[in-house]
Ligand binder design. Structure first.
Ligand code: PLP
Length: 244
């Protein structure tokens, strides 16, 4: 594995990718695969556009590599860009996406690729003990996720912006990255706040709000189907109370 730094927008610079592809050196592992993540969680739920993904696909092919897209949240990327999702997935040889998270199914992820690739993946899944027989009941929720939830993701993005605007006005808080591009709000405690993120999260929890902690002073808040306008207001008020 060769992990490369992300740019602030979640992309990996094409030059960095090119430099990391190893030549025919018997002392080195053989480069075979590039993996991208779209949207990029830890960069703030940022979106990789179709043009960038296509260029990485071309780079992969020119060098005899495959491209895998970790598209756990790729429908959020498509919604933010207002493009059909296949524009973001076509350059990749394989794609995974989650039916849970923003798409609201209780569980499940899907692996996509050529027939031959999926045949091999089924065997590997079996070898690893990952097969599941009575998965239909879960697949049914997955169908609802795909048919009814992708169109409404823009609502989560609007609410994420409302939440961010409200939180960023609280004097003790500051944006970790900037305004959200999709359904995630990353926000940090300013240095002068004596309490850390865990302590604040505990106080928020007592007010019925669960937030993710991504560092000693940072939070991640994620919008989805079950979070409405009132919840956004309640969250902003709770942060204000706890930090006053
Ligand atoms: C970016 C990203 N990739 C992959 C996964 C893994 O999803 P699953 O465990 O459903 O395969 C997650 C889930 O949390 C994720 O956030």
């Amino acid at each position: 594995m060769n992990t490369l730094p992300n740019q602030p927008d979640g992309s990996i610079a094409l030059g960095d990718l090119e430099k990391a592809i190893r030549g025919a050196d018997i002392h080195q592992p053989i480069s075979r695969l590039i993996i991208l993540e779209n949207t990029h969680n830890r960069c703030g739920g940022t979106v990789l556009n179709a043009g960038y993904t296509r260029r990485v696909g071309e780079l992969a092919r020119q060098n005899g590599l495959r491209l895998h897209l970790d598209g756990a949240r790729v429908f959020n990327a498509a919604a933010a860009l207002q493009v059909p999702v296949n524009q973001l997935t076509e350059p990749a040889d394989s794609v995974t996406f989650c039916l849970s998270k923003g798409l609201c199914a209780p569980v499940g992820s899907v692996l996509c690729g050529s027939k031959e690739f999926i045949k091999k993946a089924r065997r590997v899944r079996k070898m690893l003990g990952g097969g599941m027989r009575q998965a239909g009941v879960l697949a049914a929720a997955g169908i609802v996720a795909l048919e009814q939830m992708t169109e409404r993701l823009v609502e989560d993005h609007q609410r994420a912006r409302c939440l961010a605007e409200g939180l960023f006005q609280i004097p003790a808080l500051q944006p970790t990255f900037g305004m959200p591009e999709t359904n995630m709000v990353f926000v940090s405690l300013k240095d002068e706040v004596a309490k850390n993120a865990s302590q604040i999260a505990e106080e928020l929890f007592q007010r019925g709000i669960r937030v993710g902690i991504t560092g000693p002073k940072t939070f991640r808040l994620v919008l989805h189907y079950w979070i409405g306008d009132e919840d956004v207001e309640k969250t902003i008020t709770a942060f204000r109370d706890v930090l006053s």
